[in-house]
Ligand binder design. Structure first.
Ligand SMILES: Nc1ncnc2c1ncn2[C@@H]1O[C@H](COP(=O)(O)OP(=O)(O)OP(=O)(O)O)[C@@H](O)[C@H]1O
Ligand SMILES: [Mg+2]
Length: 323
């Protein structure tokens, strides 16, 4: 499996950067700027899908996807929120589990997560059923979120002394009575017990990689952990999807990072690449995904395309719970 091989070091990227003969694409194929108005309006209708006409294929079984990368700020939460909304807007039933004490996914979906709200901590530590803490996401039919409050910050330590500490989330998801097409687990930027719980509960890992220098550093550690979990706790686990995020065509390193990642991970890397786009970063402050905040923007279109690819792959090569 390609993902088992060591990840190329970013030194090769440094060599590219230092090469004065290196020329970035002269005609950029991906515009970060927002597209012309007519096109934008057309895309917005396709993305918001008010008539429900545009559908993304639904998998035969629930696909539990762990969105992980221990590097901070690479777009894990943004990816979780936007893919979840995109799939839900196009006929899929989706659950987002916020497994990061920062609670960013809960904020992005505008789900209350202040102290006192039942959250994923209660499920992990006190065995409260997920269904009792999941909240419907306002304005997006078919989307639910299990929020994270600041309580979750203590879970890494408290889990140590809990029975079956690595598989608490797996059990909670398995016991959920509702039928989901997708469960996305938004991981914190660490490889502790919370992330291990996500890796044990999932069949697939989605790794967002930021198109920046140092992007690949630390990935070996993540891949090693994934391999350990696969060997000892969850033989079905597979790194199925790599998504390039925050692509900035003005930096020639972005091209080099993309090539490096594609050479290493092959067809696990989605064709869709997420550009750095200001609308994407503005959306959470309005408690929205970019899909609803600015559906005509480049950011929304790219996440829509990424979701479509993920959905199509899931039908071609069925994966999922009980597969
Ligand atoms: N495509 C994008 N264009 C512009 N800004 C982006 C994009 N994707 C993410 N951001 C911004 O980058 C920051 C980090 O993104 P995000 O929170 O999704 O990363 P993360 O990996 O979940 O971080 P953490 O490791 O802290 O959980 C956020 O402020 C987000 O709004
Ligand atoms: Mg995050």
């Amino acid at each position: 499996m390609v993902a088992d091989a060591p990840v190329a070091s970013t030194e090769s990227l440094a060599a590219v950067a230092a090469d004065p003969t290196y020329v970035s694409r002269e005609t950029p194929t991906r515009e970060e700027d927002d597209p012309p108005l007519a096109m934008e309006a057309m895309r917005a209708v396709q993305i918001l899908n008010p008539s429900g006409e545009v559908t993304m294929p639904r998998p035969d079984r629930t696909r539990v996807m762990c969105v992980a990368n221990q590097k901070g700020g690479v777009g894990k939460t943004t990816t979780t929120v936007n893919l979840a909304v995109a799939l839900a807007l196009h006929g899929n039933r989706v659950l987002v589990v916020d497994l990061d004490p920062q609670g960013n996914a809960s904020t992005g979906l505008n789900v209350p997560h202040h102290t006192g709200i039942p959250d994923v901590y209660d499920c992990l530590i006190n065995s409260v059923p997920l269904v009792e803490v999941a909240q419907a996401v306002e304005g997006i039919p078919n989307l639910w979120c299990v929020p994270a409050t600041i309580d979750l910050a203590g879970a890494e330590i408290e889990l140590v002394s809990v029975v079956a500490r690595e598989s608490r989330l797996d059990r909670a998801i398995a016991a959920y009575p509702g039928e989901f097409d997708y469960v996305f687990i938004d991981c914190p930027p660490s490889l502790g017990l919370l992330t291990v719980n996500a890796l044990v509960a999932a069949q697939e890992v989605l790794i967002p990689i930021q198109c920046e220098y140092y992007a690949l550093e630390g990935l070996n550690q993540l891949i090693n952990n994934i391999n350990l979990v696969r060997q000892h706790l969850n033989p079905k686990l597979d790194v199925s999807t790599i998504l390039l995020t925050m692509y900035d065509r003005r930096t020639r390193l972005a091209d080099a990072v993309e090539q490096d990642v594609r050479n290493h991970f092959g067809d696990k890397v989605l064709q869709a690449v997420i550009p750095r786009n200001v609308r994407v970063s503005e959306a959470p402050s309005y408690g929205q995904s970019v899909m609803t905040y600015d559906p005509g923007s480049r950011g929304a279109t790219s996440y829509f395309e990424a979701a479509q690819e993920i959905a199509e792959r899931g039908v071609k090569e069925p994966v999922g719970r009980n597969a």
